[in-house]
Write a protein that binds this ligand. Structure first.
Ligand code: ZN
Length: 487
């Protein structure tokens, strides 16, 4: 175990160095530094890959597995996690990995240009290759029921297409009904009269992060083209935001990335420098960002607490606005074309469409050439919108150009889990609305830390959810949350 821990710590450090290089690329890198940075990434990836597939590491893992019963809970989890990583790295032949990453780096700029020029045909041949290679990747990784399961498992351990289908079957009709009932255009738009001053937006975003408990001695907030959150170590969590002088989106981006960061900042110190010292899966991670962004951050009690400081910070924008009107603005329902701009009611229908299409691409029942038409038909059917161009349609997301098939469902898993976890919190704190209205976020954070954050990746995602909420993932909680809020 000691030797295994040493290797785990070394790999952990190397991954954090890579994360630092990535953060730097998004936040700091001068324009002409990107070519050398690409070479540095290739060198580092090679070093890490060789260490990850080292047969000596495999032998140590096998020996530790043999000792199974005598290991502590944490050591057992460490061995399980290292086995999972080792298998994922060794099941793919090296030439496949190189070919796949070459395809990805070819596809990305083509996708960027195709989106810009509304030219799906130029991207189609590469996407066709990407589908074929993803299918091959699934075969290398292995699966029990269907190839898509192998890809899902990369992002959400143990999740299957069958389970995702069940969840979407439970959501599809109720969501469409609710959207019809609430009516399109419910609430105002988020346009602000007077433009914001960016420095003041940054100051307010910092204040919000501090309010929910982001520790600035163990993290920072910076600017980037797209908001993200990354960990460079147990005591170094980075979040970023973007600031449009015309939009209040920065408030919810701060809470979203802040939610991701709170998870990471509260992982138990006993897990430091191991692969367990991080959130367990994309879905559970997203449940935490969505919980702080939407369930807490778009709730009336939250703004009972924060509205006066918002008005003080931005008198020109909000000085004459009533709290009730502000609540309508931030909870507007506008079924539209773009996933990342979607409201809470329609968001998961966007994910559902992607899930249906990518499973069909992978099982061969849909050809890439027919993808735009299939996309547009579903947007009309599920969201009632006409897609004017592929740029605002099938070309809008980076995921497929990236080769990330199986990633989209984790967004919906996150939304469903956030409501289920919040329900468990509300049973613990019957005065939860007062807790939020008084700004007692420490109470919520403490409970989440005890239940979720401190465990890092010790428990697989489904087991963690079962421990916290007493049941498997159940879409009812999310539907009930939406009904209560919007109907
Ligand atoms: Zn997120």
């Amino acid at each position: 175990m000691e030797n295994l821990r040493t290797l785990a710590a070394e790999l952990c450090d190397l991954h954090h160095v890579m994360a630092l290089m990535q953060w730097d690329q998004e936040v700091m890198l001068p324009v002409r530094g990107s070519a050398e940075r690409a070479q540095q990434f290739a060198t580092m990836s090679g070093i890490i890959h060789r260490k990850e597939v080292d047969p000596a590491l495999g032998e140590l893992i096998s020996k530790a597995e043999f000792r199974g019963d005598s290991l502590s809970v944490i050591d057992l989890a460490l061995v399980r996690k290292m086995r999972r990583n080792f298998d994922q790295s060794t099941k793919l032949p090296e030439e496949f990995v190189v070919e796949f990453s070459t395809l990805t780096s070819q596809a990305l700029p083509v996708w960027v240009a195709a989106r810009k020029n509304n030219d799906f045909a130029s991207f189609a041949p590469l996407l066709t290759k990407m589908v074929a290679m993803s299918r091959q990747q699934a075969d290398y990784l292995g699966y029990e029921e269907e190839p898509y399961d192998a890809l899902l498992d990369l992002y959400e351990e143990g999740l299957t297409a069958a389970r995702v289908r069940e969840c979407f079957d439970a959501l599809r009709e109720p969501l469409r009904k609710m959207i019809a009932q609430v009516g399109s255009g419910h609430g105002g738009d988020d346009g602000v009269g007077e433009p914001f001053i960016v420095e003041e937006q940054i100051r307010f975003a910092d204040q919000l992060l501090a309010k929910i408990g982001f520790d600035f001695e163990r993290g920072r907030q910076d600017r980037s083209a797209h908001p993200f959150s990354t960990g460079l170590g147990g005591c170094d969590q980075r979040v970023t935001n973007r600031y449009n002088p015309q939009s209040i989106e920065f408030i919810f981006s701060a809470l979203h990335e802040g939610g991701h960061a709170l998870y990471e900042q509260n992982v138990g110190v006993d897990l430091a420098r191991t692969p367990l010292a991080s959130g367990v899966s994309l879905g559970i991670h997203e449940s935490q960002s969505r919980l702080w962004e939407n369930i807490i951050g778009r709730s009336a009690p939250f703004w009972q607490h924060c509205f006066s400081s918002l008005r003080e910070s931005f008198p020109a924008q909000f000085g004459n606005l009533a709290l009730g009107d502000f609540m309508k603005i931030i909870n507007g329902v506008h079924p539209g074309l773009i996933r990342v701009e979607a409201d809470e009611l329609s968001y998961n229908l966007h994910v559902l469409i992607r899930f249906e299409l990518e499973t069909a691409l992978l099982d061969g029942s849909l050809q890439v050439a027919d993808l735009p038409a299939a996309w547009n038909e579903r947007y009309r059917d599920y969201l009632g919108v006409t897609v004017p161009s592929d740029s605002d349609g099938v070309l809008q997301d980076i995921h497929w150009a990236h080769g990330s098939f199986g990633y989209f469902p984790t967004y919906t898993i996150g939304n469903l889990a956030s409501a289920q976890i919040w329900h468990a919190y509300c049973l613990f704190d019957l005065d939860h609305e007062a807790t939020i209205a008084h700004g007692d976020f420490g109470k919520i954070r403490q409970w989440l830390s005890q239940q979720i954050y401190q465990h890092g990746s010790v428990y697989p995602p489904h087991e963690l959810l079962l421990r916290v909420t007493g049941e498997e993932l159940n879409p009812d909680y999310f539907l009930r949350y939406l009904e209560k809020k919007f109907l």
